[in-house]
Structure formats: structure tokens, C-alpha cells
Design a protein around this ligand. Structure first.
Ligand SMILES: Nc1ncnc2c1ncn2[C@@H]1O[C@H](COP(=O)(O)OP(=O)(O)O)[C@@H](O)[C@H]1O
Ligand code: SF4
Ligand SMILES: [Mg+2]
Length: 333
């Protein structure tokens, strides 16, 4: 198997020091393979954004990362800010929930795209302009020629997100990190942007990390998924496996909370009881135990390690829970 585009191991992020030190990420592992879309899912506050900020070297002031995040053979954890700036511009593209975050409001679209390529790829103006037009065409922006001369505010939210995706693709990066890129868009526009990401991934072989709290988006788009809970990955595997045979009670609870279960599965929507703990007052043992309907006494003290499920030789499917998966399956279904 070829080496993954990005391999993250034992990634930890903490803030504060001494008695007030808080561990936000608690040793996270995941791989993003070449040309695949990895979904990172979980409720708000579970550490999805922080994980990618650690990889990108964009941690908030006072936060520290340890562990490794190897992109194309190079560990990004511990690189200097100037090295990370080059990596972010050239090897990793970023797309955020709000496209205005990645686009400069006062610069014309053409200038934003061409400046980026001239700086990182050393292209001459005419070459960069040609490539910018191709990129805008590639993300299906109507009339790329005219769009080059316009400002971000002259486009709708969906079109701005397409432009942000074009900017992320400009230097042909190994990886695109998309953090809730469709959350602010309405459903029909969202479907178009998701289809665009899928096509770009397939046609360009770009790897994508898709951060989302929306399991619907995840099931539609992602090849594999890592589910986060309170700073840890609690389940990971192929999207189909995780959706169809979720092993962790938290993943099952997320799936049960989905409003649209399809016509062949008309279970009522069951919201997850309680709220996710903050990193500062995370419960001992399994962090999910106060909300878990399967919790036993040991869950209050013993943090469960990851275990594998599924047939040998199949895509690895791991989950961190002490409950017997078959037992869980028969109780829930
Ligand atoms: N700037 C910050 N300083 C300290 N803690 C933060 C900061 N930003 C986020 N956090 C904490 O880190 C945890 C994970 O946040 P985040 O990664 O943004 O979650 P998600 O993206 O999954 O919604 C939360 O508990 C949040 O309170
Ligand atoms: S380890 Fe215990 S509390 Fe945690 S998810 Fe499994 S059964 Fe629930
Ligand atoms: Mg987030």
C-alpha cells in the first residue's frame, strides 16, 4: 500500500500549564490516504478543528502540540512558522465554513488567485492568469473571465465557496482541509459544493480531510471516517462500515439522532442525552460514560483502549469501548 498523504500519530494539544493545564486532544491517530476523502465527525467541541489547527501550525496562542503529523514524509509538528507558512500555501489548501475567511475582501478574485500562484509556484503573470481561469472553470464558476475582475462580496455564498476551493487548489496541494465548508450554505447549494469536492478528489487525486458535525454530509461524501469525542478518536473505519455497523455507543447515538432515517428504517429520532463535557472537566474513565446507556461500573474509572472489529483482511474498523459489539448490536437493533 502506498504511504498515506498525511499520517497523524499520538497528536496531543494542551493549553495552560501546571495545575491548570488542560488536554484538549488526547493522543489522536488517523491517516488520510492518497486521493481519498477522510471525514472527521463529532459534536461541537470534540476537537475536530483543533486537530487540524495542530497539523497546520495554526494553534491558538498558548496551545502546544506534541506527537507527529507526517505529510509527504515530513513531520509538521515542531516546524517553524515560516516553514509552516510555505507548507500551508503550497502543499495544503484550506477551505473554511465562512469563505470570507480565506478570501481577501478588498482584492479582485483574479489577483488573489494569481498572487498565490506567482508566490508559491513562481509562475509569470500570464501563466498564472491562464491557470486561474482554468481553476475557476474547474470549480464550475459561471463566466470565469468576468469573475476574475470582481470582488468576493459580488458573489453568493455558494459561489464564494467555489472560489475558495479554487484558491485552495491553486498550487495543486497534496491535501485540502475543509472545515465545515457547507455548514453555512443552504441544502441545494451544499449538494453542489459536495459534488464538486468529490469530483476534484477523483480527478486530481487530491486527498481531502472533511471536518463536519453532519453525518448526512459524511455518509454522502467520505470514503472513511474518524469519529471524535472529547479529544479522542472513538471509532474509525470505512464510512459504510461505520454507518451500517457502528460499534461505539456514541456513534450509534449520533446515528439514532439523525432526523432522516430513510423509509425502510422509521425509528424515531433519539437525541443524545446530556451534553459533551468540556476538556477542563472531562469525566474519568470513558469520557462518554455519563451519557452512555451501556455504561458499567468499570467505565467510570477505566479508559477503554481501541479494539478492532470486522473480518481479517477487510478495511480496519476500530472502536474504543469495553462493551461486546455483538451484545451492543442486539440491544440497540
Ligand atoms: N482558543 C482556544 N483556547 C483554548 N481552548 C480552546 C480554544 N479553541 C477551542 N478550545 C477548546 O478546544 C476544544 C475543542 O474545540 P474545537 O476543536 O474547536 O472543537 P470542534 O471543532 O470539534 O467543534 C473545546 O473544548 C474548546 O473549548
Ligand atoms: S466504555 Fe462504557 S461508557 Fe464508554 S462507550 Fe463503552 S459502554 Fe459506554
Ligand atoms: Mg470546529
Amino acid at each position: 500500500m502506498t504511504t498515506p498523504a498525511l499520517s497523524v500519530r499520538n497528536l496531543r494539544v494542551s493549553v495552560g500549564s501546571g495545575e491548570s493545564e488542560v488536554e484538549i486532544l488526547r493522543g489522536v491517530d488517523f491517516d488520510v490516504r492518497r486521493g481519498e476523502i477522510l471525514g472527521i465527525a463529532g459534536e461541537s467541541g470534540s476537537g475536530k478543528t483543533m486537530a487540524m489547527r495542530a497539523v497546520l501550525g495554526l494553534l491558538p496562542h498558548g496551545a502546544r502540540a506534541t506527537g507527529s503529523a507526517v505529510l509527504d514524509g515530513r513531520d509538521l509538528v515542531g516546524l517553524s512558522q515560516s516553514e509552516l507558512r510555505t507548507i500551508r500555501g503550497r502543499h495544503i489548501g484550506m477551505v473554511f465554513q465562512d469563505p470570507t475567511t480565506s478570501l481577501h475582501p478588498m482584492l479582485r478574485i483574479g489577483r488573489q488567485l494569481t498572487d498565490h500562484m506567482r508566490k508559491h509556484l513562481g509562475l509569470r503573470r500570464a501563466e498564472a492568469e491562464r491557470r486561474a481561469l482554468d481553476l475557476l472553470d474547474d470549480v464550475r464558476l459561471p463566466d470565469p473571465e468576468q469573475a476574475m475582475g470582481r470582488y468576493p462580496h459580488q458573489f453568493s455564498g455558494g459561489m464564494r465557496q467555489r472560489i475558495a476551493i479554487a484558491a485552495a487548489l491553486a498550487c495543486n496541494p497534496t491535501l485540502i482541509v475543509a472545515d465545515e465548508p457547507t455548514t453555512a450554505l443552504d441544502v441545494t447549494v451544499q449538494a453542489g459544493v459536495l459534488a464538486l469536492l468529490r469530483r476534484l478528489c477523483d480527478e486530481h487525486g487530491t486527498s481531502i480531510v472533511m471536518i463536519t458535525h453532519d453525518l448526512g454530509v459524511l455518509s454522502e461524501l467520505c470514503d472513511r471516517v474518524s469519529v471524535f469525542y472529547s479529544g479522542s478518536v472513538i471509532e474509525s473505519g470505512s464510512t459504510r462500515d461505520v454507518m451500517d455497523h457502528a460499534r461505539h455507543p456514541y456513534t450509534r447515538a449520533l446515528l439514532d439522532a439523525l432526523p432522516d432515517q430513510g423509509l425502510d428504517d422509521l425509528r424515531p429520532m433519539v437525541p443524545i442525552a446530556g451534553t459533551a463535557p468540556s476538556a477542563a472537566d472531562r469525566p474519568a474513565g470513558c469520557a462518554f460514560h455519563p451519557r452512555c446507556r451501556f455504561a458499567t461500573v468499570p467505565c467510570q474509572t477505566d479508559p477503554p483502549g481501541p479494539r478492532a472489529t470486522g473480518p481479517d483482511g477487510a478495511e480496519p474498523h476500530t472502536f474504543s469501548c469495553t462493551v461486546d459489539p455483538f451484545e451492543l448490536r442486539s440491544v440497540v437493533r
